[in-house]
Design a protein around this ligand. Structure first.
Ligand SMILES: [Zn+2]
Length: 328
């Protein structure tokens, strides 16, 4: 694991983040180091980018603290996404960090990010562990130790330090529980900064597949032209064997209308004397029959007309079927 503590940056010389005591509440926020009885853990509740200017971020947050709380940034330590630890304020200055009377007796560590929605980076948790361990084991001058590491919401009603961080702070009671909660968890935001980082070997190059080269473009002048084949003259055929073109196909010869056999047989029959006699009998027989019907329906002029039409029709049919026989 990287030694984040050894690379901590001291920003106490930044007079905006850490105003000199002369301009800070009339220079009165000092405390004795042995007053420190807790270590409060915070998030800054702002979305944490993958790549950003950490000091510029703290100046922006300090501006908000100037207007709402008091001069300077109200955290003693900040930890950014790559686990960089910044000391902002001396521990002998108490800050408005937990919103209660315990402001005077706590020291504040704030991690960049909104842990209601984001996860702390693995670097942040490792750096936090190293900083807490140092404070709890290397500073016997103040009484705070492992069980005194508390999330901000343990001091006053707040969402700070965000669900994804405070659930890791609550179980901390000793070094072992702190390691269990803060080490070997989460994802590195910048794994390339970690010691022993192995540059991933690139995958072996894919087996080269021969690319079919397109056929070379041949200049038009060199494109071989197909040999000219002399046109074959049409075969000479006898005029009477000439095959007519489709467009010159002769119109079919008019065909004689075919007469059905039964009609021809009827015509043959009625062409005989016998046949004409039958027709005559039919014509003279139907007429009295229809007249007889008319007798019972004398007022039916239509029936009379039908009788006349039937007789006329029969005579016409008889003449039509015997075209060669003069009508009598
Ligand atoms: Zn807080």
């Amino acid at each position: 694991m990287k030694n984040y503590l050894a690379e901590a940056i001291d920003l106490t010389g930044d007079s905006y983040l850490n105003p000199v005591p002369a301009v800070y509440d009339n220079g009165q926020h000092p405390r004795n180091i042995n007053q420190i009885t807790s270590i409060s853990i915070h998030h800054d509740a702002s979305f944490r980018e993958h790549d950003y200017d950490s000091v510029a971020r703290y100046h922006s947050e300090a501006a908000g603290h100037y207007s709402r709380l008091g001069p300077g940034l109200q955290y003693h330590y900040k930890i950014d996404n790559v686990g960089q630890i910044f000391q902002i304020r001396p521990l002998t200055t108490w800050l408005y960090s937990v919103g209660s009377f315990e402001n005077v007796t706590t020291m504040a560590i704030c991690l960049d990010g909104n842990f209601e929605f984001q996860q702390p980076t693995r670097e942040q948790l490792e750096a936090l562990y190293q900083l807490i361990e140092n404070l709890c084991t290397q500073h016997p001058e103040f009484p705070a130790t492992w069980p005194d590491v508390r999330s901000h919401n343990d001091f006053s009603a707040t969402a700070c330090s965000g669900a994804n961080l405070r659930d890791r702070i609550l179980p901390i009671q000793d070094q072992v529980s702190a390691q269990a909660q803060l080490l070997n968890v989460g994802e590195y935001d910048w794994p390339t900064y970690q010691p022993g980082y192995q540059v991933p070997t690139p995958p072996p190059p894919a087996v080269a597949v021969p690319v079919k080269t397109p056929d070379p473009i041949v200049p038009a002048s060199t494109v071989p032209t197909p040999p000219v084949v002399p046109a074959t003259p049409p075969p000479i055929v006898e005029p009477d064997k000439q095959t007519p073109c489709a467009s010159e196909a002769p119109s079919p010869a008019p065909t004689q209308p075919t007469t059905p056999n039964w009609m021809q047989q009827l015509r043959d029959f009625f062409g005989t004397t016998q046949g004409r006699t039958v027709l005559g009998v039919l014509a003279t027989g139907i007429a009295p029959a229809l007249m007889y019907l008319q007798h019972f329906q004398t007022d039916n002029a239509l029936l009379a007309a039908a009788v006349l039409a039937a007789v006329t029709l029969l005579n016409t049919v008889k003449d039509a079927l015997n075209p060669n026989v003069p009508n009598k």
